[in-house]
Design a protein around this ligand. Structure first.
Ligand code: HSE
Length: 309
């Protein structure tokens, strides 16, 4: 195999109470990465999107991940990469993780799958650390493994895949303002109280139990965040209104996707998710803030190879 094209999907980091640990992959939106293995060493990156990301491999997170991989391969190889990003950077939809995960899965296919998925997570983290200012795999792990994952922050990261509950739909609103993950991390306290900790791990336990037993009501009532949401929600105009109206429209629960400003709500039917999407649209029309909405579902697959030659 000399050339490969992959789709790298958006995801929801934190999954509300699982700060830096629990995330899930979505079906939409997704980036498209074409990659070619070259005998000439070096990494060449071209973006066909309009996000103005650097193409110098030392400054581009795809380049940083591929440099980590080529170092581990330890023989002279190169990659020619063309990237069409559709997940806006700074959206909270795991844009940097999609770039990193897409790049390492594509490169691994070109290298006859010599690395395991767990090893790919470590290569992808090299880029994610640069993008977000922290080593957390809550977006990278579902982007590579698909579905819902727990990323225990050990060294190397310990990834646990959870079952994907049946019939869950995800309504998403992305107000068109940028919140950089690195900035959204700086506003968080470095310590939490025992009370906050107890509330948080009660919700994490409830969420994981709800996922295993396919108990939608338990999933919904466990989607409460006492750690990041109290601080980050202030960066998102319309946050309270979106949550209130979505719950009135029948959503199970939801919150900030990753570090925001995107918000997501889990819903039991596609019809409820569509009604929630309408509520989200009304909030931002009233606030006169541009937005994008999606109704999608949990993607059980990670990065997908769509063609190879
Ligand atoms: N866990 C990360 C954060 C999500 O909330 O900062 C973005 O990768």
């Amino acid at each position: 195999m000399k050339k490969v094209t992959v789709h790298a999907f958006a995801g929801v980091g934190n999954l509300v109470c699982g700060f830096d640990v629990i995330g899930m992959a979505l079906h939409a939106p997704y980036d498209v990465i074409d990659m070619e293995l070259t005998e000439e060493p070096g990494i060449r990156i071209k973006h066909t999107d309009a996000f103005g990301l650097p193409e110098n491999p030392g400054e581009n997170i795809i380049g940083i991940c591929l440099q980590a991989m080529t170092k581990a391969v330890n023989k002279p190889i190169g990659f020619k990469v063309t990237v069409q990003k559709n997940i806006k950077p700074g959206s909270g939809l795991g844009s940097s993780s999609a770039s990193c995960a897409g790049a390492v899965v594509a490169a691994n296919a070109l290298l006859d799958n010599r690395f395991s998925k767990n090893e790919l997570v470590e290569f992808a983290l090299a880029g994610e650390i640069v993008a977000s200012g922290g080593k957390h795999a809550d977006n990278i792990a579902p982007a590579i493994f698909g579905g819902i994952t727990i990323a225990r922050p050990t060294d190397p990261v310990d990834i646990i895949s959870l079952p994907v509950p049946s019939d869950l739909f995800v309504a998403i609103v992305h107000p068109q303002i940028e919140v950089k993950t690195a900035d959204a991390r700086k506003i968080l306290p470095t310590e939490i109280s025992m009370k906050t900790g107890v509330n948080q791990w009660a919700n994490v336990a409830g969420l994981v139990a709800g996922i295993y037993t396919d108990d939608k009501n338990l999933i919904g009532r466990s989607l409460q965040d006492h750690v990041a949401e109290p601080y980050r929600s202030k960066l998102i105009p319309g946050y309270d209104a979106v949550i209130k109206k979505s719950m009135e429209a029948g959503a199970l629960g939801g919150g900030i996707s990753g570090s925001g400003p995107t918000m997501f709500m889990l819903c039991e039917t596609e019809a409820i998710a569509a009604a929630v999407e309408t509520c989200m649209q009304e909030v931002y029309q009233e606030l006169k803030i541009d937005f994008k909405t999606y109704v999608t579902s949990i993607n059980p697959e990670g990065v997908k190879i769509v063609s190879s030659e």
